[in-house]
Design a protein around this ligand. Structure first.
Ligand code: URA
Length: 264
């Protein structure tokens, strides 16, 4: 028992050190560089009670065609302003899908989710606690295009904003279709926006995290739920390093869930 506790303390200390090294790499932020792309204020996102695609248990398309659809999508204003659609990245057979809020400046430029400062921190967390690589999991966002305060200036820093409920509703079917194709055992929601939208609840992340939930949409029919583990957005950890410990607990919960489910 004593040995187990000492092992846990060592793991936690190693995790905190690794994340601190990561933070040190990036701070202090050079002047003129925008802050991490999660919003300071979380909008009151009232998700639709059920996904528009609830009744359709089989994927309608393959992943490449879905990605093409997203690239061409103009269902909301974001599609007209973004530089690149940000579909998702990682293993299409992943057991766990991490879901953020929406692309920021870096992601819009690269066409890939979580490639900025918070993305690099997310990679470290995945490696340190789960022992996995970014390419072992799948990473996506609630909305696929960069929500900008001023859509005319995609080259401007500090131009991020949270997605509106309308933008979220327009984009939501794409995420459910991705999930249907990947068939993960678990979804990790990163931050309040993703958590509110995917769990259909209107509570902040600090209240909701620390336990797991069933995804309320029956993507694979009754009796085949996907487990949802909410945790803090990595950008919140960059702003408040005290949250790293709770995130570690959440990722340990994910790790034991994945071990029981048999693989990443
Ligand atoms: N924040 C997000 O929510 N998603 C990204 O892809 C990048 C930053």
């Amino acid at each position: 028992m004593k040995r187990e506790l000492a092992g846990t303390a060592r793991d936690l200390a190693a995790y905190l050190r690794t994340l601190d090294e990561n933070l040190a790499e990036f701070s202090p932020a050079p002047s003129g560089v925008r802050s991490p792309s999660a919003p300071a204020a979380v909008p009151s996102v009232k998700p639709p009670p059920e996904s528009p695609s609830k009744m359709q248990n089989k994927p309608a398309v393959d992943m490449d065609s879905l990605s093409e659809q997203v690239n061409k999508c103009r269902k909301c204003g974001l599609g007209h302003a973004r530089l690149n659609a940000v579909f998702g990245v990682g293993s299409r057979k992943a057991k766990v899908v991490f879901v953020g809020e929406g692309p920021g400046f870096q992601e819009d430029h690269r066409g890939e989710p979580f490639v900025g400062r918070s993305g690099q921190l997310l990679d470290k967390i995945i490696e340190t606690v789960l022992g996995l690589k970014r390419s072992d999991v799948y990473i996506a966002n609630i909305v696929k295009c960069h929500p900008m305060k001023n859509p005319e200036t995609p080259e401007a820093h500090g131009n991020d904003r949270p997605p509106t409920p309308e933008e979220i509703s327009a984009c939501r079917p794409y995420l459910d279709e991705q999930l249907r194709l990947i068939k993960p055992a678990c979804i990790v929601t990163l931050g309040s926006v993703a958590t509110k939208v995917l769990l259909g609840i209107d509570k902040g992340i600090s209240t909701v995290r620390g336990r797991s939930y069933d995804y309320p949409v029956e993507l694979f029919g009754p009796g085949h739920p996907i487990t949802v583990i909410p945790t803090y957005h990595p950008a919140a950890l960059l702003r408040n390093p005290n949250l790293k410990r709770d995130t570690w607990e959440d990722m340990k919960m994910l790790k034991s869930f994945l071990e029981k489910a048999g693989g990443e």
